[in-house]
Design a protein around this ligand. Structure first.
Ligand SMILES: [Ca+2]
Ligand SMILES: [Ca+2]
Ligand SMILES: [Ca+2]
Ligand SMILES: [Ca+2]
Length: 185
């Protein structure tokens, strides 16, 4: 190695791999190694001693490989980003953004005695249609002993003979003659 007078020494980085390598240096000086110096960054460079602003960080909730830090159900949606909601497209409150199952609402008539009872509904929408009193859902009398379409409960007993003095035009059941029956004792 050539002798260099102290006055002529040049202090500089003598490592050719350093970013500030000085080929004229004759005395070792500070060497600068550029890179990301933040150990929490994805591209942390443990050999760097001077940060060059290139640090890259993972997205929140993800690691540097784009994998969730927390993903209990393993569906690739991080726990913190899960959206609970109804996932059945046929439900009335279907949420297409839901990533975790939530309660589903099915609107309809929930009264089992209604004509339009919907056994799949779990939320009543006020659409129940009850049959008229004395009738079934098809408008047929529940009780109609004489089969005239007038329900037993609505029959009106009265004289149906228009020539009779006590004729009742509203009567639907005739008045039967009263028989005096023998009393067996
Ligand atoms: Ca998940
Ligand atoms: Ca999920
Ligand atoms: Ca009748
Ligand atoms: Ca009748």
């Amino acid at each position: 190695m050539a002798m260099v007078c102290d006055e002529l020494e040049i202090v500089g980085c003598m490592d050719v791999f350093a970013n500030n390598y000085n080929s004229l240096a004759t005395d070792p000086g500070f060497c600068e190694y550029l890179g990301c110096t933040d150990a929490s960054a994805c591209n942390y460079d443990m050999d760097a001693n001077t940060d060059d602003g290139t640090c890259e960080y993972p997205e929140e909730y993800y690691d540097c490989n784009g994998i969730c830090l927390n993903d209990v159900d393993g569906d690739g949606v991080c726990d913190e980003l899960e959206i609970a909601g109804c996932q059945d497209p046929s439900a009335d409150n279907y949420n297409s953004l839901a990533t975790d199952p939530g309660s589903c609402e099915y609107l309809g008539c929930t009264d089992a005695s209604a004509c339009n009872y919907d056994m799949d509904a779990n939320t009543d929408d006020g659409s129940c249609q009850l049959p008229e009193e004395y009738y079934d859902c098809n408008g047929i009398c529940l009780n109609d002993v004489d089969g005239d379409g007038v329900c037993d409960e609505l029959e009106i007993v009265g004289c149906m003979d228009s020539s009779g003095g006590n004729y009742n035009p509203l009567a639907t059941d005739p008045v039967f003659p009263v028989f005096i029956t023998d009393v067996w004792t």
